[in-house]
Design a protein around this ligand. Structure first.
Ligand code: NAD
Ligand code: UDP
Ligand code: UDP
Length: 317
């Protein structure tokens, strides 16, 4: 007899920026959630409001070590995501992506559970194709300071597809582009959080290089919706699928928007461009629209408003 019970979702990196929003969404959808995190960049504060929920469980664990738990599906998000954090201990960053993926895939294999990998637009490196479709193989420097992240994530994708082919595992690979919103770390050096914190303090806005490099920014709730839809998609849809907002901005455009929305007196201050900083990045999201019916609707102005409110009320006090 089939016992009816709530679906059990394991979220690695669940105490981080994206992971905490995903845990919230899964609870709203009626799942039981096991959040696994080693708190390297995540924080209890991000999930404090979930701790009293009887359907939420928190486990402190580093996924580079084996994990024996029970779950019906696994969202593998654990990995520091900002250059400052992932370059702090690059060997651990690669271990988290590679050993972490092996352990989570081994867990999924034992449980016959569906598993989703939070991959990244960084697998495209500094791209020569613009915008980037999933079929583009990327241009990554294997020995540069970003390689621990980029190559770790590329190897994780390889592992996912080898477990899929070799062990018939149900896999889902999302290539996530720059995402922003409440619970970003105030001091992880990401451009949106840096600019907002600087603008709120009326300090100079640090533009790296000419500020003409581009990025496209997706609001966190929409990104999480993309991950959720991908997990629910038919078994034969593995991805990789790009998830991101295709509207592209230069860093100077972004700085001007943030200054205006914060009502700030900050001025622009130009600094050297970090090594291997991609010049442009924009997702081609045709596949996500077609396969998942997913397309971001929240414009940068609207999402920035909510993010600025968050930073005003909590993060930099
Ligand atoms: P984050 O740093 O806020 O969250 C990562 C979480 O993983 C943190 O809570 C951290 O403590 C945890 N973690 C790190 N190493 C771990 C380990 N070895 N074992 C267990 N937990 C560990 O970053 P985020 O922005 O929420 O990113 C989540 C995922 O999405 C990452 O895999 C990242 O690569 C991917 N991603 C994020 C973005 C973005 O714009 N935020 C873009 C592309 C891809
Ligand atoms: N693993 C885990 N939890 C499990 C099952 C496996 O953490 O429930 C880890 C285990 O440590 C192993 C890895 O996942 O090293 C890969 O497992 P797999 O079964 O693919 O490989 P094997 O055990 O044969 O090396
Ligand atoms: N950037 C910037 N000023 C900052 C932080 C970042 O001009 O204070 C630039 C950075 O050089 C890059 C872009 O903003 O070109 C996005 O940087 P982020 O670290 O947020 O994301 P990623 O480079 O991983 O896309």
């Amino acid at each position: 007899m089939k016992i009816l019970r709530r679906r059990r979702s394991l979220v690695t990196g669940g105490a981080g920026f994206l992971g905490s929003h995903l845990c919230e969404r899964l609870l709203q959808e009626g799942h039981d959630v096991l959040c696994v995190d080693n708190f390297f960049t995540g924080a209890r504060e991000n999930i404090l409001h979930l701790l009293s929920n009887p359907h939420f469980e928190l486990m402190r664990h580093d996924i580079t070590f084996p994990l024996y738990v029970e779950a019906d599906e696994i969202y593998n998000l654990a990995c520091p995501a900002s250059p400052i954090h992932y370059q702090y201990d690059p060997v651990q960053t690669t271990k988290t992506s590679v050993h972490g993926a092996i352990n989570m895939l081994g867990l999924a294999k034992r449980l016959r559970a569906r598993i989703l990998q939070a991959s990244t637009s960084e697998v495209y490196g500094d791209p020569e194709v613009h915008p980037q479709p999933e079929s583009y193989w990327g241009r990554v420097n294997t020995i540069g300071p970003r390689a621990c992240y980029d190559e770790g994530k590329r190897c994780a994708e390889t592992l996912f597809f080898d477990y899929y082919r070799q062990h018939a595992l149900e896999i889902k690979v999302a290539r996530i582009f720059n995402t922003y919103g409440p619970r970003m770390h105030p001091n992880d050096g990401r451009v949106v959080s840096n600019f907002i914190v600087q603008a709120l303090k009326n300090e100079p806005i640090t533009i790296y290089g000419s500020g003409q490099q581009t990025r496209s920014f997706c609001y966190v709730n929409e990104l999480v919706d993309g991950l959720y839809r991908l997990m629910q998609s038919p078994a034969d849809f593995t991805g990789p699928v790009n998830l991101g907002n295709p509207t592209e901005f230069t860093m100077v455009d972004l700085a001007k928007k943030v200054i205006a929305q914060c009502g700030s007196r900050s001025e622009l201050s130009f600094k050297p461009l970090p090594e291997d900083d991609p010049r442009q990045r924009q997702p081609d999201i045709k596949l996500a629209i077609e396969a998942l019916g997913w397309e971001p609707q929240i414009a940068l102005d609207e999402g920035l408003q909510k993010t600025i409110e968050y930073f005003r009320s909590s993060a930099i006090q």
